[in-house]
Each structure stands twice: as structure tokens, then as C-alpha cells.
Design a protein around this ligand. Structure first.
Ligand code: MN
Length: 229
């Protein structure tokens, strides 16, 4: 049976739940069944039902949850404490149960905060004006990482739609990719089957290096499915 991949949904300004279709299309193309996860109630049921988790992109995590006391509210992008608390708990459960997990953009930041890391509240130069499928900067990838094995390269051209970045990495996470200006662009837990996040948006970019991330999530989730019986 195809692995069920739970994908976190966001909360729109009108209060409704939403998710960009491309996340679902990418999971479907990679051989998974996408299941939208509404940020309501306990995420424990989602962990029990899903073979894998995709933490999707979105607005900023509420500064108070990141330990950020002082910040310029001009830069604060659409925080949602409801979504934050659901996803932080989901990420902790996914990590503790070794449920295969891919984090994208905000999803990487959720992984990091959930496990005890911190964020820069605002950085410049990483929110591109070019089209979403166009790369605008290079990342260097740690050679011995799972990411490097998947991408089969130690550099990658990526798109960039973030104004926050990992400051200190959570203890279980290793930074596995960095931009030329020194910001973390990917992280992974090396003592889990697949717990990996990227700061860019692979669902928006065509090609092998994007597809391989969703394929790795679905493949690890298939493995988890067999273990669960
Ligand atoms: Mn970037």
C-alpha cells in the first residue's frame, strides 16, 4: 500500500485551513498518498495514522515560542499560535517515534524549535523577487550527510523565500547545508531513519534534486509502514 504522508495545513487570514497544491502533487508523484493535517486537537492521532510527515511552509513561528523577546514587528509574518502548538507537538512526536519527516522552510524551523534550537528573527537577502521555480542562491552541502547522498552533489542552486533562519541548531540536529552568507539551509537528525529539513522550497522547483527529497520521504515512510505491520 502507498505510504500515507500527513502534510500540515496552514491557517489563512479568514481562519480557514489551506495548503498549496504543489506539496500534495509532489508527494503523489513520489508514490505517497497525501493526507492534509488540520492544526486542531492533538497531533497524536495523525502520528498513529501517518507513515510519514511533511511539515509545510508558512508564516513565522510566534516569537515567544522561539525565545525571542525583542523584535521589530514590521518583519513579523503572519504568526499563528494555533498552528505553532500543533506543529511543534507533531514534530516532537515524529522525532520520538522515528516517523519519517521532511520539513520545508517553516517546517525546518519547526523541527529546530521543537527540539530545542533557536532562530534569527530576521535576516536580509533570502526573500527572492524572482519566480518561485527559479534558483537565486547556492548552498554548500556537508559531504557525509544524507542530503548529499540524495542530491549526489556538494552544492545546489536553490530558491529562497524566508526571512528567518536557524541560529543555534537543536542538539539532535546537524546543519547539513549553508548559504554563502553563512546561514543554515538544511538540517537532519543522524540517529533517525529520515528526519530532514530544507530551508528552500523543493515543491516549487522541477528536477531530480527536488523530486529525490519527496522520494526519500515516501521510501522511508514505506519502510516505517512495514515496521508498523
Ligand atoms: Mn535561502
Amino acid at each position: 500500500m502507498k505510504p500515507i504522508i500527513g502534510i500540515t495545513a496552514g491557517i489563512g487570514k479568514d481562519g480557514d485551513y489551506y495548503l498549496r497544491r504543489r506539496y500534495c502533487t509532489a508527494v503523489h508523484k513520489a508514490g505517497g498518498t497525501p493526507l492534509l493535517l488540520a492544526p486542531v486537537g492533538s497531533p497524536l492521532a495523525a502520528i498513529n495514522v501517518c507513515d510519514g510527515i511533511l511539515l509545510s511552509g508558512g508564516g513565522d513561528i510566534s516569537p515567544s515560542l522561539c525565545g525571542i523577546a525583542e523584535y521589530d514587528p514590521v518583519y513579523l509574518d503572519d504568526p499563528s499560535p494555533e498552528r505553532d502548538s500543533y506543529e511543534l507537538e507533531l514534530a516532537r512526536l515524529a522525532f520520538s517515534s522515528d516517523t519519517p519527516t521532511l520539513g520545508i522552510c517553516r517546517g525546518l524551523q519547526i523541527m529546530n524549535i521543537a527540539l530545542g534550537g533557536s532562530l534569527y528573527f530576521h535576516i536580509d537577502g533570502h526573500f527572492q523577487k524572482r519566480e518561485k521555480d527559479q534558483p537565486t542562491h547556492t548552498v554548500s552541502i556537508a559531504p557525509s550527510s544524507a542530503l548529499a547522498r540524495l542530491i549526489c552533489s556538494d552544492t545546489l542552486e536553490v530558491n529562497s523565500f524566508h526571512h528567518q533562519a536557524i541560529h543555534s541548531a537543536a542538539p539532535p540536529l546537524c546543519i547539513t547545508a549553508s548559504s554563502a552568507d553563512g546561514y543554515a539551509e538544511a538540517a537532519e537528525a543522524q540517529n533517525r531513519h529520515f528526519f530532514l529539513g530544507v530551508q528552500w522550497h523543493p515543491e516549487q522547483m522541477e528536477g531530480h534534486s527536488s523530486e529525490v527529497l519527496f522520494a526519500a520521504l515516501c521510501s522511508a515512510a514505506s519502510g516505517a509502514q512495514i515496521t508498523k505491520g
